[in-house]
Design a protein around this ligand. Structure first.
Ligand code: R5P
Length: 315
């Protein structure tokens, strides 16, 4: 059984990066449009009896999700032995519970669609909430991007980040678990948190910083940057409380709406993201640096293929 790697148009860069790492050619396939705009997919070489990996992020437009479903259907009908959906960024993850009347649980619906299309297992990175794994009845490997960031810092600071100088900060209460995990993995750095709350309706928001940031370098950690507001507000609060510099570390850079302007105006020295979501240079805020996630995904693919342990990558 050979590895066959293909994917839609959402993230060709990561698809090619994975193939390069594994020294395999992408499986010949076509993902284009019919003249009315419908998606046209064809796998142009045999995948019968092979181990197929379909690489596609499911950020908007919704065509990205549909391309993945159609590729999976094509692979299944072409008698692939096993199909793994490799989803660098799992879109619609933030709507993961019914927190208001008459709203969908989009993350569950997307999981249902992926499973119904014929996927046997899922490999993804930094799911917005761990419990989304339970929305699937098939195995889900949820990698953390932390090793990619850790490598980056290792190059700059071969001794690691000094815990007297650096502190990991969550920009909100919801992200504290993630920030704690990152702090542990990154040289056991101390932890702090920005806590935003409105004491009563129509009363101005109060921003507290819990933990020691005065005179420190801050590593502000989040999974997603979308409009940039969460990061910009948190960075301002931290600098007001005496933080020396703020470096942002977020796995998925969506940068929608006015994110570019919002983040250009924010007191942040650098914004580190990965390429789980493909972004054109033009749309990016200044001071963004993009780290490549391909090698981490490729290593996981290699281990899944040979039945090796993937958990040792959960650094
Ligand atoms: C929220 O739960 C997420 O972890 C991020 O903090 C959020 O999606 C960031 O969104 P924005 O950049 O629009 O503030």
């Amino acid at each position: 059984m050979e590895i066959k790697i293909l994917g839609g148009n959402s993230n060709r860069e990561v698809l090619e990066g994975i193939c390069e790492y594994l020294s395999v050619e992408p499986t010949k396939h076509l993902v284009s449009r019919f003249s009315d705009g419908e998606i046209r997919v064809q796998i142009e070489e045999s995948v019968r009896g092979h181990d197929v990996f379909i690489v596609q992020s499911t950020n908007p437009p919704a065509e990205n999700l549909l391309e993945m479903l159609l590729l999976t259907d094509a692979a299944r009908r072409a008698s692939a032995a096993r199909i793994t959906a490799v989803i660098p960024y799992y879109g619609y993850a933030r709507q993961d519970r019914k927190d208001k009347p008459r709203v969908p649980i989009s993350a569950k619906l997307v999981a249902n669609l992926i499973e119904a299309s014929g996927v046997d297992r899922v490999l993804t990175v930094d799911l917005h909430a761990d419990q989304i794994q339970g929305f699937f009845n098939i195995p889900v490997d949820n990698l953390y991007a932390t090793p990619v960031f850790r490598n980056y810092f290792n190059h700059l600071f071969p001794q690691g980040l000094n815990s007297d100088e650096w502190v990991v900060v969550s920009p909100d209460v919801g992200g504290i678990k993630r920030a704690r995990l990152v702090a542990e993995k990154l040289w056991n750095l101390p932890l702090a948190m920005v806590d935003k709350r409105r004491p009563r309706p129509n009363v101005a928001e109060v921003v507290n910083v819990i933990g020691e940031v005065d005179g420190k370098n801050v590593l502000l950690v989040d999974d997603i940057i979308d409009t940039g507001n969460t990061i910009a507000h948190a960075a301002r609060a931290l600098v007001e409380r005496g933080a020396k510099r703020v470096v942002v570390m977020a796995t998925h850079g969506l940068f929608s709406g006015r994110a570019r302007e919002v983040l250009n105006d924010a007191p942040v020295e650098k914004i580190l993201i990965t390429n789980t979501v493909y972004r054109r240079e033009r749309a990016l805020p200044e001071r963004v640096e993009i780290l490549d996630i391909s090698a981490l995904l490729a290593e996981a693919i290699k281990r899944i293929h040979v039945g090796g342990s993937v958990s040792s990558l959960f650094l």
